[in-house]
Design a protein around this ligand. Structure first.
Ligand SMILES: [Fe+2]
Length: 358
């Protein structure tokens, strides 16, 4: 099978995986079955829901020209991770006590995430690769875990700390299970009262985990403090600067970046470059400058082989990403000239930006 970005999915491609489509209230689920030949209507529906891509069978003629993007996690591990995270979250939703086996499974999978990323550490995180899954909660947990682990590697944390950090990324929003679902999925702006209720999810989550003796102190601290802000205006304790535990400062960036680049019930996603600019714009305000720097070394908003539109109207394929400035990669134009645009080194191109992933 091959992953195809949604804008390159064509009629008659054959789905290689079942796709669950939830309604906003999570009460109804439709299933597009593996083996389904896609119609224009089903492709439109997937686009409308916000899918960034899908898996289709590789032997289809139309997929032959598409190159497979490099994946920081292999497909099997991602599927296993999502499956285990989903089981754990659903179990906690239905029961007061956590099933040790489910937590152990999530712990094992989070350790494997670290091993995978450490093994592939020369690759930047391909953000398109993280946008595959439809269900926001589980997909977001996995993305935050991957991004946080990558930041941790950039900060040269020990393997033991990376294992803890990866699990912290998966569990950071576990307290949201105890928040009424109508507030989490509300498509319009929250009232002050509703926002106050949302603010309870870090203490609810971390206290739940510690009460059930499920996690280490570092993970507890990370879950509790992932909405604190560097300037002291966050919640729940308005901690400032280095008062905020390290895991909280790392998860904060991973969480905001993934949330901004995902479609939510109340707004559309923004471009990766806009999310990065938001994070850079909040350097030293919301976020710790040391962590922002580590994050920028690890993120690839425009991965190699991605097709992009430029502000001068040209369209091209990304051929190289600079880890020191991932927003300005090398782009090979898709026109008769086949020109190479080095957006980082060529000063004549300073006014040219990437405006769209296509
Ligand atoms: Fe949160």
């Amino acid at each position: 099978m091959i992953f195809v970005p949604i804008d390159r999915v064509c009629k008659n491609m054959v789905l290689a995986r079942d796709i669950k489509i939830y309604s906003y209230d999570l009460k109804n689920i439709d299933l597009l079955k593996k083996g389904l030949k896609l119609s224009l209507k089903s492709i439109d529906r997937l686009k409308h829901i916000g899918y960034s891509g899908i898996y289709v069978y590789e032997d289809n003629e139309k997929t032959k020209t598409l190159e497979k993007p490099k994946q920081i996690l292999n497909t099997e591990l991602r599927e296993k991770a999502i499956d285990n995270i989903e089981k754990l979250f659903q179990h906690i939703d239905n029961n007061d006590k956590v099933n040790d086996i489910l937590l152990e499974n999530v712990n094992n999978v989070s350790n494997k995430i670290v091993d995978n990323i450490v093994h592939n550490k020369r690759y930047l995180v391909n953000i398109i690769d993280l946008k595959l899954y439809d269900d926001y909660t589980y997909h977001h947990s996995l993305s935050v875990s991957v991004l946080a682990t990558s930041i941790g590697i950039s900060l040269k944390l020990s393997k033991k700390s990376l294992y803890e950090l990866s699990l912290c990324g998966i569990l950071h929003d576990i307290g949201k299970i105890q928040i009424p679902h109508y507030i989490i999925a509300k498509p319009s702006k929250l009232t002050f009262e509703e926002f106050d209720i949302i603010k309870e999810h870090p203490p609810k989550g971390s206290n739940y985990l510690i009460k059930n003796r499920l996690v280490t102190e570092n993970i507890y601290n990370g879950v509790m403090s992932h909405h604190e802000k560097y300037d002291g205006t966050g919640y729940p304790y308005k901690l400032k600067g280095d008062q905020i535990p390290l895991f909280g400062r790392i998860i904060a960036i991973a969480d905001v970046y993934d949330a901004l680049t995902s479609d939510r019930p109340y707004r559309k996603s923004v471009l990766p470059s806009e999310a990065i600019e938001y994070i850079m714009g909040n350097n030293g305000i919301m976020f710790d400058p040391k962590i922002v720097k580590a994050f920028l070394m690890k993120i690839a908003p425009y991965p190699v082989n991605e097709c992009v539109k430029l502000s001068d109207g040209n369209v091209g394929i990304v051929t190289k990403v600079y880890s020191e400035n991932p927003i300005r990669p090398v782009v090979k134009l898709l026109n008769n000239t086949n020109k190479i645009y080095d957006l980082y080194n060529n000063l004549n191109l300073m006014n040219v930006t990437i405006v769209e992933i296509i």
